[in-house]
Design a protein. Structure first.
Length: 621
């Protein structure tokens, strides 16, 4: 839950011991700079967490988690297995093989990955990367690829880059299709623009925060297709076990039987996870998630002395491992089963979330606390997965948008002054949830009302101070900050060039389709054939009825134009600041894209594509 009047976990120093166990060395404040000397990552501003006593403005349980996530550097997990933790929101793991080192999840950005592998080599020798493994399709587990490995060198040496089935599709689709909205919402989840402070961002539950560097991607050369596959990689026997549709649509965990070690990727970490994060994502299957943990418990735990993950710290000891996996398994199964039970009694997502609680045997376990996910929004995600957004009440079937409803609520309440008078009294009584809700109506009715903005911000701030979940805290506090100061202004966000360069043509055209301005396109008819000579892809695209559709293969009938582009053309087309049509004309001139037929039709199409504001309003109209 997210208030202070909850079950307190049993005090146990084992997490503190485990978070420090095996420490070898680090760099001061884990501070990492880019080539221009700009800070990409630093723990310096979290020095306030040196205090053991929680600040009054931070939930005491979250304070403990935030302190545990401060341990940084190179750690020995067991023989031949090492991790760098605290250099990024995720961990990078190193498995020492016969000829080099296997890298598992090269962090979020190239700069943090480069610093992590340099630290590893400083203490363990200059071993070449003999393989790289991506456990799943989230950017904090692949984005630093080029910081750990040079692609040309990898190709020359035949270095395998291994990922679970569906990795490339889900990696690029998440970033391309919903990337702009997800990035903006992700700012609230991670508190990206909040100060690191007892009244600001203190943690992200699974790590400290998000680094600000260069996102990259080297495509996999080998995918795990079967549910369970065993391979020997650089002399290390690895059992790969797919965990699709769990924490990520494409995910796997691994067992190292000869090293008696189990890596749970991100399906088992030291906190309750998200079934749908606040930034948004495809809703995850809690039932399947629980089953994968059960399979890990049944198949691999009996021969494991340590379980380590790609966030937080490991757990050692066979008995503790079994207990940990059972509790994580039952956490997700309990949330799933009890939510569905109450849902089938006719309760809505909001109603289920208000009454759902874990049994004390689960709630009193630190690793089951909601430092990242939370019971309330996980319950709502489960209902959403089965029943969708509509709660069944026809009064909610076609509600007015906030900009329209806000003025009417204010009018019904007797006007702005009357609303504020009542809300201030409720604030004094500590009714912060209601005050935030009701003053939000006034903000949407009149965003220039400074008193409404201030009171709504005050209520959100108090909710943030009381939140056990780091993501709830960050969302509340960033909402308060933007009500007081407005949203920060940043330039249009570009998707990583590496990511764009490997877009399948189907996803590129999906991305074009969701950006098509239908008003501009209403009188257009065109057929364009797209091909990528490097992959052999060939797509027939049609624009009619202000709608863009496509099918694999050649155009049926006469094509308006034929566009041919490979990795360089894909990357350059999407990474400029000009309208895409103008960029295309330049790329055609420079030879990075080839167009046969009516070039003008392709330019018109690209210039009809909408641009997204990366900093759209969230807490005001």
């Amino acid at each position: 839950m997210n208030t202070r009047d909850t079950v307190q976990p049993e005090l146990d120093d084992i997490d503190s011991e485990n978070a420090q166990r095996g420490f070898i060395g680090t760099i001061p404040d884990a501070e990492i700079l880019d080539a221009r000397g700009r800070t990409v990552w630093s723990l310096r501003d979290y020095a306030f967490l040196d205090e053991e006593t929680p600040a009054p403005s931070v939930h005491p349980n979250l304070w403990r988690q935030a302190r545990l996530n401060m341990h940084h550097g190179l750690f020995k997990v067991t023989e031949r297995i090492y991790q760098v933790r605290g250099f990024d929101i995720a961990n990078v793991s190193f498995i020492e093989g016969d000829t080099g080192v296997i890298v598992i999840d090269p962090l979020t950005v190239a700069e943090t990955a480069q610093a992590a592998i340099a630290l590893y080599r400083k203490h363990r020798g200059d071993r070449p990367v003999s393989a790289m493994i991506y456990t799943h399709s989230h950017s904090d587990h692949y984005g630093g690829a080029r910081g750990a490995l040079d692609e040309a060198d990898a190709r020359a040496r035949g270095v395998p880059i291994i990922a679970p089935r569906g990795f490339m599709w889900h990696t690029v689709s998440e970033n391309a299709i919903a990337g702009n909205a997800m990035m903006r919402r992700g700012m609230f989840q991670a508190g990206i623009s909040l100060p690191k402070h007892v009244c600001g961002q203190v943690d992200c539950g699974i790590g400290k925060g998000v680094p600000m560097g260069t996102g990259t991607l080297i495509p996999p050369t080998m995918t795990i297709e079967q549910e369970v596959e065993t391979h020997v990689i650089d002399g290390v026997k690895i059992i790969f076990h797919l965990a699709l549709e769990s924490e990520a649509p494409s995910e796997m965990f691994m067992h190292f039987p000869e090293l008696r070690a189990l890596n749970t990727a991100e399906i088992g970490v030291q906190t309750m996870h998200n079934l749908c994060p606040l930034r948004g994502a495809e809703v995850r299957d809690a039932r399947l998630w629980s089953r994968y943990l059960d399979e890990a418990l049944d198949r691999y735990a009996p021969t494991a002395d340590v379980v380590f993950a790609q966030h937080n710290w490991p757990t050692w000891g066979n008995e503790r491992i079994r207990t940990y996996l059972r509790q994580q398994r039952d956490l997700y199964k309990h949330l799933h089963d009890q939510t569905v039970r109450l849902m089938n009694h006719g309760m809505t997502a909001i109603e289920v979330a208000e009454v759902m609680k874990l049994p004390d045997t689960l709630a009193s376990t630190w690793a089951n606390r909601g430092f990242y996910g939370a019971i309330s929004h996980n319950v709502k995600a489960i209902v959403q997965r089965y029943l969708g957004w509509y709660d069944g009440n026809p009064a909610h079937l076609h509600t007015l948008p906030p900009e329209t409803a806000g003025p009417r609520y204010v009018d019904y309440m007797g006007g702005a002054e009357a609303l504020l008078h009542k809300a201030r009294a409720d604030f004094a009584r500590g009714e912060y949830r209601w005050v935030a809700e009701v003053t939000n109506h006034l903000v949407f009715a009149d965003p220039s009302n400074k008193d409404a903005r201030a009171l709504c911000a005050d209520a959100l701030e108090q909710l943030g101070f009381a939140a056990e979940s780091s993501t709830w805290r960050n969302a509340y506090l960033l909402g308060a900050q933007e009500l007081r100061r407005g949203a920060p202004k940043i330039k249009r966000r570009h998707v990583s060039r590496d990511l764009v360069s490997v877009l399948p043509l189907e996803l590129l055209l999906d991305y074009f389709a969701i950006r098509l301005d239908s008003e501009q396109a209403k009188d257009e008819h065109m057929q364009i054939e797209w091909s990528n000579p490097e992959t052999g892809e060939r797509i027939a695209m049609r624009l009619e009825n202000a709608t863009l559709t496509y099918l694999p293969g050649a155009v049926r009938g006469k094509a308006t134009a034929h566009v041919s582009l490979g990795r360089v053309g894909l990357a350059r087309l999407q990474s400029g600041d000009d309208k895409l049509g103008d960029t295309l004309a330049l790329l055609v001139e420079q030879g990075d894209v080839q167009v046969e037929g009516d070039v003008g039709s392709v330019v018109r199409l690209l210039n009809m594509l909408d641009e997204f504001d990366p900093m759209f309003n969230v807490v005001e109209p």
